[in-house]
Write a protein that binds this ligand. Sequence first.
Ligand SMILES: [Ca+2]
Length: 390
Amino acid sequence: MGNERFMIGAAVVIFGSGVFGISPLHQALSSFGCETMLRQAADHGAASREQASGLSVTDFGAVANDGRDDYAAFAAAAEAAREQKKTLYIPAGEFVLGRILTLDGVRMEGAGAKNTVLVSTDPQNGSIDLTGDGAQIRNFKHVYLTTAERGDGSHEKNSITVRGASNFTITGVHVSGSSTAGIMMAYGANNGVVSNNTVERTGADGIHMTTESHDITVENNTVTGAGDDGIAVVSYRTSSSPVRNITIRGNHVGGMSKARGISVVGGTDVRIERNEVRDTMMAGLYIAVEDSYDTMDVNRVTVSGNTVDHTGIREKESHPNVLVYASRGTIDHVEFSGNTITNAAHRGIGVWGDGDIRRVTFEGNTLTNSRGANVTFEKGEIKLRGNKGF
Ligand SMILES: [Ca+2]
């Protein structure tokens, strides 16, 4: 999309900056009856005006493909974009960021994830941080030159960190490698959309929502080879409220990710719909309260229309494809409907743990080809309706 935008923009420059200007051009084209060309010129004009109203990092001294640090130029451009309320564009090419780049309510857009590459050179301080209201990032790739050990899990070495931002958008971004998480949303991040991104080879979770974040949609992303969970909702008891009102929909998760595929470890009002989870080391879908991490309770989670295929691979845990687990606290109102759960490495579905597990409903799910037990219900008020293979 970004590439198209820039190509259109380039075309408009030719039309708009020619000796005729738009009006004589219009007259000339009209005399030839070229209505289609006129319409295209009008469309191009709109795109041109949009981009002309923005700023480019190159106007602030960023230089593509020269191997030299562009952080100062990006920081100055982001500050100008914030003050002038303009979109910040990054052309095609490779740019180098030696420090954490903060976008305070700024919209920053590349020329496509295959064309615009941001390279972070400090493995401990390479995050792109979103703060304030209305920040957006689109259509670029972010890589780390080298990564560090996950260690303390600090956010400074995520690929992208949403620090309490409101009304944010992350779309068309390719995260390739990070010391900790790929896309981290924390400190009350809210009213955000994370869509159509590719996240691979992260040190910690691929996409993670925690510390009071709420009202977020995570949709149509691909997460592979995560160093921990693919997509995770985690609420700690040290927070004042749980992570809540989260939709996780239409994502592809797996590629030998090291822990769970999609997890809710403390959280309220979470919808997990139409995702495909394949080839994860621990459970493909994991709904839990964990004493070891001191997490909050789970309440009102719906899990519908997902495919979970060949997960729980690692022998140590031998997780089922789908696991509901409480080592303390309470899990209540969890509903699984219309899911396809297949090719389990060790077992199909499990509900267990020392905590208080209440209403868990399974309706219209299909379970096939489990190694080991199809279902293991040790706890909970389990309701079963119209499932196959249980
Ligand atoms: Ca440069």
